[in-house]
Design a protein around this ligand. Sequence first.
Ligand code: ZN
Ligand code: ZN
Ligand code: ZN
Length: 321
Amino acid sequence: MAIENPNKIFQKLVALRESLGIPLVKYNHTIKANPISEIEIQLETDGGIEVSATDIEQIAYGSLLSYKGVLAIVYIPDTYKTEAYLKDNNLLRPDRSGRMSEKAPKFHFSWCRTLQGMQDKQRYDRYVLLRNKNNKFKVWAREDRYSRSTELKELVRLFPCKYCLSGELANTSYTHQKIGYKGYESSWNATKKHEAVDSFNIGSFLEENEGTFNTIKYANSIRQRPRYSDSNVEADDYTSDFSEISRRVRENADWICSKCHVDMSNKKEGLHTHHKNGKKNINAAGNLMVLCALCHKGIDSFHKQMYVKPHIEAYILKNRP
Ligand SMILES: [Zn+2]
Ligand SMILES: [Zn+2]
Ligand SMILES: [Zn+2]
């Protein structure tokens, strides 16, 4: 049996389409099965996702970092340190003069002065974004000062950067007010600072900021921005201190929704801070309202397209008093 050349069949179809005057429509045949959750899964592996500095998304002037719409933290795997230096997992270690000092390197949860400084110096390090809940990292180290770096078999503990903790972001011109995570201030004494650095937990940080991050993402997605012409374009944007203000407001409300009174202390990512007058840069207490994701979605017509994850919706519905 003779099989006709498939190209010829295709040419006949093209001729038929053209003879009927039907325009060619280009379809995109790549169907992606929820790419966000794939990225989320990848970010939660020990290896995270390796990127260049420009791939890191900055939310609200760098106060939060994300990759393809997923909240994450960032670090540089090559530590330029020795294995012995890194592996005790303690924050403090004796320096050359014998004094106890804080161990480097650090991880970052904001686009802080350190990250900006490295980018300015054009250091082409590999940055890794991830969502590791236990503060342990895959790192590269050297055997001694003269050898080349290799990846360590065991994960080592890294600690949060102090610029990130004190809110010293690179985009200071937009920083309405410098505000530290859980009240962290650079003027604190060394002991108090060490305690804050040592007790920082990435899992809790992500959980506390997830709701705020999603709110900002949603607002940005529906926002109608004039194109690069209006100098007031940024006037109604979320401020860089909003993530911490939002965290405090929700903490002070004992993580309870002010409308339906559901207790979200075990599901913090489902509790949001809403701006009553719609102005995202007015963070006065009277303009802020603590709402669970479902009450937030129902507050007015601007919010009704807001996506609420099924596990959060189920939790709210089950736990509403
Ligand atoms: Zn930092
Ligand atoms: Zn509610
Ligand atoms: Zn809102």
